[in-house]
Design a protein around this ligand. Structure first.
Ligand code: C2O
Ligand code: CU
Length: 499
């Protein structure tokens, strides 16, 4: 039986009736957000600029990035104080080929310690940009690693201990595209028929971004306006008969269910960590915070069609307070009067060798509930899992408190083995690094911890609802060579200063 996640959510939402009283109060205080039909689409959207790079004498591809404060007028004449990477808000798209060695100089030009994490990247833990790699104000951090994974739409964002939500909310995020051998037939001209869409909900008060990242719901911040690539009310000019959209949910807590206003089918071609084996024809795609999907949609000359988001569990009272009834107009696609012909999509996209369950050396279970994982909050002085280098494990994850969570693992791309003992739906059939955990659902994820061992520096796993993550719904694991003893270094900077 092929249950989609939407169905899973509906079924579970209807049966999960144990709403805590505090949740009901929050629900009562929160108005439903519905911008469908109310967005004017007056602002032209473009792909984020490509980050310039150069090759150094050792052949490394070098990027120079600077985190800085700025002012952005989301509404003209209403400046907001924001952060960005070489920009007032968001940052450029980094792009590198599989096999290349990259070096990224990240300068911190803001007055708080932060980090830059390469979400979805397979790399040594000291290059990861998690809480163990803080960049002090005025300092520059220069990680280097070899790109060694399939073509994918990855991204970067800050990850300072306890402050990820607010640093991302202010505007620190961008795409990191990994290229591999081109697949004939896939749109690939950046900014023309291949456009990243970073979708974020924000609260705009009188047109200004509320700097306090106001809380609502149990999952954290939920906004009443959508920004795409930092643009409010965006439209995208399309000049080809097919366009590839690389969707990133760069929001703090909101789950989207994207679909076109006329219900047209489109092809999902990739998930978080790369291409699916074949295009998946669908009419909607659901993304939790941190997740990505690439889609290809066909247009006819001169038409306009709106990409919308309904939330996945409409009608389920449980998730109303978490945005379950909200709807948004996301973006209008405007096809030119004449369009350049795009090739047909290929039937085959990528080889996806399955990680068979019998190759796993162990199964671990993780229950996410009440800001804890397995009853514990993130503690930098505790290692939650010691994993053998070049071994495969099954991680069985579930939400144990009747609310929505997500699960993200650093360093690896995993495969979903099963959802409640059933074969995963097509959208979960490829490489993933983040999954949505509807209440009650149990997922088995299989992953291989290849190449990098380090007894001193852990990787993170956590809920990507950023409020939950900052509250401690996170753990750490070390990857160790056989016989190697764990000797974790303390978290630099110790405990975060909350202010
Ligand atoms: Cu996108 Cu640990 O994060
Ligand atoms: Cu969570």
């Amino acid at each position: 039986m092929n249950l989609t996640r939407r169905h899973v959510l509906r079924l579970l939402g209807a049966s999960a009736v144990a709403v805590p009283a505090a949740g009901l109060l929050v629900a009562a205080a929160r108005d439903r957000v519905d911008t469908v039909g109310r967005v004017a689409f007056t602002n032209r959207l473009q792909a984020p600029p490509l980050a310039p790079s150069r090759l150094d004498s050792a052949g490394h591809r070098v990027f120079d990035l600077r985190i800085r404060a700025g002012q952005r007028e989301f509404v003209s004449g209403r400046p907001s104080s924001t952060w960005g990477v070489d920009s007032d808000y968001l940052g450029p798209t980094l792009r590198a080929r599989r096999g290349e060695r990259v070096l990224v100089n990240v300068a911190n030009g803001v007055d708080e310690t932060t980090t830059l994490h390469w979400h979805g990247m397979h790399l040594p833990p000291e290059m990861d940009g998690g809480p163990y790699q803080p960049i002090e104000p005025g300092a520059t951090w220069s990680p280097t690693w070899t790109i060694d994974q399939p073509a994918a739409s990855l991204w970067y964002h800050p990850h300072p201990h306890g402050r990820t939500a607010r640093h991302l909310y202010r505007g620190l995020a961008g795409m990191f595209l990994v290229d591999d051998n081109p697949v004939p037939g896939l749109p690939h001209r950046y900014g023309i028929d291949d456009v990243p869409l970073i979708v974020q909900d924000r609260r705009l008060d009188g047109g200004r971004l509320d700097p306090d990242e106001p809380m609502s719901g149990t999952t954290g911040f939920l906004g009443d306006h959508l920004l795409v690539n930092g643009i409010l009310g965006p439209y995208l000019e399309v000049t080809t008969t097919r366009i590839r959209l690389r969707l990133l949910n760069g929001s703090n807590a909101r789950v989207y269910d994207f679909a076109f206003a006329d219900g047209r089918p489109f092809a999902q071609i990739a998930s978080d960590g790369g291409l699916l084996s074949t295009p998946h024809s669908t009419r909607h795609v659901q993304l939790a915070p941190g997740e990505r999907a690439e889609i290809v949609v066909a247009l006819t000359p001169g038409e306009r069609v709106v990409l919308r988001s309904a939330s996945p569990a409409t009608g389920a009272g449980l998730v109303q307070r978490d945005g379950g009834d909200d709807r948004f107009d996301v973006l209008e696609l405007r096809a030119a009067p004449t369009l350049t012909n795009s090739p047909e999509l290929p039937d085959h996209l990528a080889a996806l060798p399955p990680l068979p369950a019998h190759t796993a050396v162990r199964t671990r279970t993780f229950e996410l509930a009440e800001h804890h994982i397995n009853g514990r909050k993130m503690d930098p002085s505790r290692i939650d899992a010691r994993v053998g280098k070049d071994t495969t494990e099954i991680w069985e994850v579930r939400s144990g408190d009747g609310t929505l969570h997500t699960f993200h693992v650093h360093d690896v791309q995993f495969q979903v083995l099963s959802v409640d003992d059933r074969k995963p739906p097509p959208e979960l059939s490829g490489w993933k690094d983040t999954v949505l955990l509807p209440p009650g659902t149990r997922m088995q994820l299989i992953m291989r911890f290849a190449d990098y061992a380090d007894p001193h520096r852990p990787y993170m796993f956590h809920c990507h609802m950023l409020y939950h993550e900052d509250q401690g719904m996170m753990g750490q694991f070390l990857v160790l060579d056989p016989g190697q003893a764990a000797a974790p270094l303390p978290l630099p900077g110790g405990h975060p200063s909350h202010h």
